[in-house]
Design a protein around this ligand. Structure first.
Ligand SMILES: *Cc1c(COP(=O)(O)O)cnc(C)c1O
Length: 390
């Protein structure tokens, strides 16, 4: 029996068969069970912000698990309180934090806050092709028909607008709207940035109507675009922000932060989560944030991101349509829907990439990716594109 057979026998068919079974990693290099090495250019979907087996993360997590791993929200620990305080400092806004384990849970918390704040009669606005998670509340806000419609109905009136269209947003948000849920750039849709001014327009219409602005920074946050949070590029103040992916560097943790008056929407007993903010995941997240700070990884992400973008843009190839994104969060846009073939050709050449859309390859590597590693991919790119074309 191969591992592929075991995989098919053991798992529900909701996941595709993975192209590779990994055994270990170090930095941005990973090895499969047969000992083949690859350069990891998507870091577990923008999660492993420090790369694999980073000493700071190893030390924080192993030290913490040897002390105490879990206490429940009925008790607390130093790492949990430190992490919440630290996140508020990085956000630079007055607010309060709720911890959970994943992105979808962070958005569930945000959804419940919106419901509590506005009541059941108001509708919500989200974006076409937006992604907010797979649980029923987060899925109700997700604008990707293929994953949403099989699970209808949802207990919410959610109206979808085209992403990046400020006029459509202004028209959709009225005083009967409870909240607008937005990604600062759409991740699962293929790293699609919003035009400049879009988030500011969202802020304005929310101010004018009383709707809450919820920014889903689950993929865009934690230094990935060169700032701690992507909305900081535009200086737009969210009412609620949700985080997960990169925050724990691979250890599951999510956060929902209420800003200003939204900090106190939940009253005692309104929400909770057994594992949320446990000292193990909190220590991991503190190590991630400390390392990003200490090693200047936000600035590094900008530099390496520009190197990758410029290198891709400079390539003249009939299979290549362009590159979009910011920092170490990019999409290689292909001229045809051949992203799966690109992924396979890249893997053969020793690179792991993510075919996020039929015509787009997502690059979301560790923030520690070196200039040499980035260059090795740029050097291999023409041959990968040739193979895809052939
Ligand atoms: C990944 C993602 C989620 C869901 O996070 P999970 O941890 O998979 O539940 C929600 N929103 C955005 C923008 C994401 O990228």
């Amino acid at each position: 029996m191969s591992w592929q057979d075991d995989f098919r026998a053991a798992f529900m068919p909701n996941r595709p068969l993975p192209p590779v079974m990994l055994a270990r990693g170090e930095g941005s290099t990973v090895w499969d069970v047969d000992g083949n090495a690859y350069l990891d250019l998507f870091a577990g979907i923008a999660v492993s912000a420090l790369g694999h087996a980073h000493p700071a993360l190893v030390e924080a997590v192993s030290g913490q698990i040897a002390k105490i791993a879990h206490v429940s929200p009925l008790l607390t620990t130093e790492p949990e309180v430190k992490l919440a305080t630290r996140l508020l400092e990085l956000l630079g806004l007055p607010g309060k934090v709720y911890f959970c384990n994943s992105g979808t849970e962070a958005n569930e918390a945000a959804f419940k806050m919106v419901r509590k704040h506005a009541g059941a009669s108001k509708y919500l606005v989200a974006t076409e092709n937006g992604f907010h998670g797979r649980t029923m509340g987060a899925l109700a806000l997700t604008g990707k028909q293929a994953i949403r419609t099989p699970f209808e109905p949802y207990g919410a009136d959610v109206r979808f607008v085209p992403y990046g269209d400020a006029e459509a947003l202004r028209a959709a948000v009225t005083s009967d709207c409870a909240a607008v849920f937005l990604e600062p750039a759409q991740g699962e849709a293929g790293v699609v940035p919003a035009p400049d001014g879009y988030l500011s327009a969202a802020r304005e219409v929310c101010d004018a109507t009383g709707a809450l602005l919820v920014l889903d920074e689950i993929q865009s946050g934690i230094g990935r675009t060169g700032t701690w949070f992507a909305h900081q590029h535009e200086g737009v103040r969210p009412d609620i922000i949700t985080l997960a992916k990169g925050l724990g560097g691979g250890v599951p943790i999510g956060a929902c932060i209420g800003v200003g008056e939204a900090a106190d929407i939940f009253a005692l007993g309104d929400h909770g989560c057994t594992f949320g903010g446990n000292p193990l995941s909190s220590s991991a997240a503190l190590a991630v944030l400390d390392t990003i700070d200490r090693d200047g990884l936000k600035e590094h992400a900008v530099k390496i991101g520009e190197q990758l973008s410029a290198g891709i843009e400079a390539l003249d190839h009939p299979m290549l349509a362009g590159v979009r994104g910011r920092g170490l969060w990019l999409a290689i846009v292909l001229a045809e829907p051949v992203a799966a073939a690109f992924r396979d050709a890249a893997q053969k050449a020793g690179f792991l990439v993510n075919n996020v859309q039929p015509d787009a390859i997502r690059l979301a590597p560790a923030l520690t990716l070196t200039a040499e590693e980035a260059q090795s991919f740029l050097d291999a790119l023409p041959a990968i594109l040739d193979e895809v074309a052939a």
